[in-house]
Design a protein around this ligand. Structure first.
Ligand code: HEM
Length: 404
């Protein structure tokens, strides 16, 4: 039997108050039902939000029923003129469906192989030590701004082959690019495109040992390559998908350590446990909340509710990763949890391309940090911490810390 459509906006998942205790809100929502509806601030349209892990996985895996490309929906009108920058979003791999997605992903997969990620480990270690040297004179600093943000930015700059001097600009865009405001987002997108263009021109003529050069010269077996728009789009995607997420993983994991002395003692005594710590942070307090929107391409039932053609659907990675039917005692941070089947990196064909890189980066950053400053603590009460105003991301706006 199909259940009646849930009331629109019965729960507010968008406001700063909601984001301040998003896990508490998802607990309340879960008790009321597995699926809800909210007005998506980005499109202004009613959208579904799905909370159960098995249903979220099914949605992410079924690329025929739940599609990314709205213009492929039955009866869709061709899009009208769009503001500059939108074409970079809609052409990005994460917005495409197979078989186009498959072609694009194939062209970049190799750049994220285990071998390449391993070859970057030492560089990450050096970046971390450089940052810790810079922070050495300071007893107090903002972990987000002064440590977590520069780690992925510096690595990304090196991988792309752009100079360190552009870091502050990139960092500002990092926040704008995930903003729920379209003009801010487009400003950041166009800024990034204009910045990267001359580097692509140069690499066309003279290849280098960088990720960007690899992308410029990547060819499929039948000789296909990325177009200029696709190159811009791919660079933007790497920046968009790889920056803020890694920052949030670092700050969410540090927050957990500062809240639990026994956990800190265990990690310091046995640093190889940092890998387990990160894995549990990904489940318990992951860096991303909603996966990118999918559109229903044929009528389908999800958890007893009727989804109609064209309906936008979001899965909540945060809610799914605390699904009590999957993870026993889900609200407990458990370093030794045996079930690691969380979906912090998504699922299906769009599952995170950078998961290996992110895990390696975060592990080296945390190990390096605690080797130098094992006694780092919060410099403000947790009640003063603020979460970033984004429905897609889950990370602290600032994390003031002190000590050594
Ligand atoms: C802890 C850090 C990270 C988390 C939690 C994360 C999470 C995710 C998630 C949930 C998706 C799927 C989105 C969807 O299906 O709508 C995704 C896709 C993606 N991620 Fe990550 N990500 C992280 C780091 C990175 C890094 C470091 C990079 C690269 C520099 C990266 C590149 C990508 C790309 C390119 C995609 C799109 C893949 C596709 O469409 O085939 N991510 N990520």
């Amino acid at each position: 039997m199909t259940l009646p459509t849930p009331e629109l906006d019965r729960f507010d998942i968008i406001s700063p108050e909601a984001r301040a205790d998003i896990h508490g809100l998802y607990r309340t929502m879960r008790a009321a039902g597995p699926v809800h509806r909210f007005t998506d601030p980005f499109s202004g349209r009613p959208a579904w939000i799905v909370l159960r892990l098995p249903s979220c996985v099914e949605i992410l895996r079924d690329t025929t029923t739940f599609i990314r490309d709205k213009s492929a929906l039955p009866g869709a009108k061709p899009p009208g003129p769009q503001p500059r920058g939108v074409e970079l979003l809609v052409n990005s791999m994460v917005h495409r469906d197979p078989p186009e997605h498959t072609r694009l992903r194939r062209l970049v997969n190799r750049a994220f192989s285990t071998r390449i990620v391993e070859s970057l480990r030492e560089r990450v270690g050096t970046i971390v030590q450089e940052l810790l040297d810079e922070l050495e004179p300071r007893d107090e600093f903002d972990f987000v701004q002064d440590f977590a943000a520069p780690v992925p930015i510096r690595l990304l700059c090196e991988m792309l082959g752009v100079p360190k001097s552009v870091e502050p600009e990139l960092d500002g865009w990092g926040v704008d690019v995930i903003s729920d405001s379209m003009p801010r987002m487009l400003g950041a997108i166009n800024g990034l495109r204009d910045l990267i263009n001359p580097y692509i021109d140069a690499l066309e003529k003279k290849p280098a040992e960088t990720l960007l050069s690899h992308l410029v010269h990547a060819r499929t077996d039948n000789g296909e390559r990325l177009s200029r728009v696709e190159l811009h789009s791919m660079t933007l995607l790497l920046f968009l998908a790889g920056h803020e997420t890694t920052v949030n993983l670092l700050s969410n994991s540090l927050l957990a350590i500062t809240q639990d002395d026994a956990l800190r003692a265990e990690l310091l005594a046995e640093p190889k446990l940092f890998a387990d710590h990160l894995e549990e942070t990904l489940r318990y307090d992951g860096p991303a909340d909603l996966a990118s929107v999918r559109y229903v391409s044929r009528p389908v039932e999800v958890d007893g509710y009727s989804f109609e053609v064209g309906d936008p659907v979001f899965v909540s990675l945060l809610a799914a990763n605390r699904d009590p039917d999957v993870f026993p005692d889900p609200e407990r941070f458990d370093l030794r949890r045996t079930n690691r089947d969380h979906i912090a990196f998504g699922a299906g064909v769009h599952s995170c391309l950078g998961s290996r890189l992110a895990r390696m980066e975060a592990l080296e950053a945390l190990k390096g940090l605690f080797a130098r400053r094992p006694g780092l603590t919060l410099a403000v009460p947790t009640s003063e911490l603020r979460w970033k105003p984004s429905r897609m991301m889950h990370g602290l706006a600032a994390l003031p810390v002190r000590g050594r």
